[in-house]
Design a protein around this ligand. Structure first.
Ligand code: AMP
Length: 431
């Protein structure tokens, strides 16, 4: 079978790499891919934008693609699954109606409230004066979020009221995030440890992926501006078996039942971004309608099962017969970025050392890269995700950083403390 992966980031490189290792994948196409997918064995890039749904469908029809996996949220929110299904093309992911769980934070908060699913207290606003009055009444810390898609950057965790007021003002005036910010959610601050929990589902059967945790803040100690993600690891030690059971029972199952009851059966990857409170209870921070980037990279290097088989089973109604087999080792990915990201940054810097950085326990996934003649050059803010595997999160980190140190370009930047919370927890348990 031919498989089509849509997207061009590190997540899509990992998806394409994993699919290419499937016994049933004859070839993997990536639209549009990057310099990493271009040289991955069994993978071919096709230069079509992830949001050009008509051109993607034509490609799938022309090539006889048997399975399409959608990496990013934008085509899902725009209805790619509905469009492909209408043409008889198997496409793994939620419909546009189901993808609203990511497409609108206000929709999601109201949905969670309607179905009694645990989340932080909140209110939605389109009117600035009402938002400012609410912020002053609740006090800080408090969290201000743009309603629509803002590439993971539309959230301000304000430690004082002035900061929250400034964020609300900027978002509601449309100066930041354009129309994605014309409605905002203001919610209570939750203190705890974050974890990502992703499942594969056909709307009824739930197959949890290994737990993971990403680091959204740009700088060490989880400080600095929010980014798309600076690194991730799997498993997340905070997700003990008891916490996992609570997440499935209190969050995942009621969410799927609620979506079904509201006429939008949810199929695909469902990603719950959670805050695990000190007593182990989960609260939903957000949903994503696809896998996370960079969580996908460490998760997939641990997955031993055939991803193509799992996605195909989801679409043909046999998911209940599937199970997932995991490498017991931990994996950790370090995102190497262009200096300046998430603000302005340079493109076109030549990347050196890539050929020395892959081994049995190290894998370099490309994100914002492109080929320029014989060189691989930077072509985005997040450039690479260098992933290591080891007996513990600490050892996985050692592998990842040993590989990262072999790679360089002008103004490269990455955090040196990815996994710090999990590593501290491992050390506490060991002593
Ligand atoms: P989101 O885009 O909704 O996932 O938010 C981005 C990041 O902001 C999250 O990963 C958290 O670190 C933080 N965050 C969001 N909501 C809250 C909250 N209610 N309390 C504390 N931190 C939050």
């Amino acid at each position: 079978m031919k498989v089509l992966v849509i997207g061009n980031g590190g997540r899509e490189h990992a998806l394409a790499w994993k699919c290419a290792r499937s016994p049933t994948a004859e070839e993997v196409l990536v639209a549009p891919g990057n310099a990493g997918t271009e040289t991955e064995p069994g993978v071919r890039n096709v230069d079509i934008s992830p949001t050009d749904i008509d051109a993607l469908a034509r490609l799938a029809l022309d090539e006889g693609v048997g399975l399409t996996i959608v990496g990013p949220e934008a085509p899902l929110v725009a209805g790619i699954v509905d469009h492909f299904s209408g043409l008889g093309l198997p496409c793994f992911g939620p419909s546009a109606a189901a993808a609203q769980l990511e497409g609108s934070k206000a929709f999601t908060k109201d949905f969670l409230a309607r179905h009694g699913i645990p989340t932080a207290g909140y209110r939605n606003f389109t009117d600035l004066d009402a938002a400012l009055a609410y912020i002053r009444e609740r006090g800080a810390p408090i969290v201000v979020k743009a309603d629509g898609l803002a590439a993971g950057k539309g959230v301000v965790v304000a430690m004082n009221v002035a900061e929250a007021e400034a964020a609300a003002t900027e978002m509601l005036s449309g100066a930041r995030f354009g129309s994605a910010g014309t409605r905002i959610v203001v919610e209570d601050y939750l203190a705890g440890e974050e974890a990502s929990f992703i499942v594969v589902t056909d709307g009824d059967t739930v197959l949890p992926l290994a737990s993971s945790q990403d680091h959204k803040a740009r700088d060490e100690g989880d400080t600095g501006p929010n980014t798309g993600g600076m690194g991730a690891y799997s498993p997340a030690p905070v997700v003990t078996p008891a916490v996992e059971s609570a997440i499935v029972a209190q969050v995942i199952r009621p969410t799927l039942a609620g979506m079904r009851a509201e006429g939008a059966n949810y199929t695909g990857f469902l990603y719950a971004g959670l805050m695990i409170l000190p007593d182990g209870s989960p609260k939903v921070i957000e949903f994503n309608c696809r896998m996370g980037d960079p969580e996908t990279q460490p998760i997939l290097v641990r997955l031993r099962s055939d991803l193509v088989g799992i996605c195909a089973a989801t679409l043909n109604g046999t998911l209940a017969r599937q199970s997932l087999d995991w490498d017991p080792r931990a994996a950790l990915g370090v995102v190497m970025t262009a200096g300046g990201y998430p603000g302005d940054y340079a493109r076109g810097s030549v990347i050196a050392g890539l050929e020395h950085a892959d081994s049995d326990t190290q894998k370099v996934f490309h994100a914002g890269t492109a080929r320029n003649g014989r060189d691989v050059v930077t072509a985005g803010g997040r450039v690479l995700c260098v992933t290591g595997l080891g007996e513990s999160v600490e050892r996985a980190a050692r592998e990842a950083y040993a590989a990262a140190e072999k790679i360089g370009w002008e103004d490269v930047y990455y955090r040196r403390d990815i996994g710090h919370r999990a590593i501290a927890r491992e050390r506490r348990v060991a002593s």
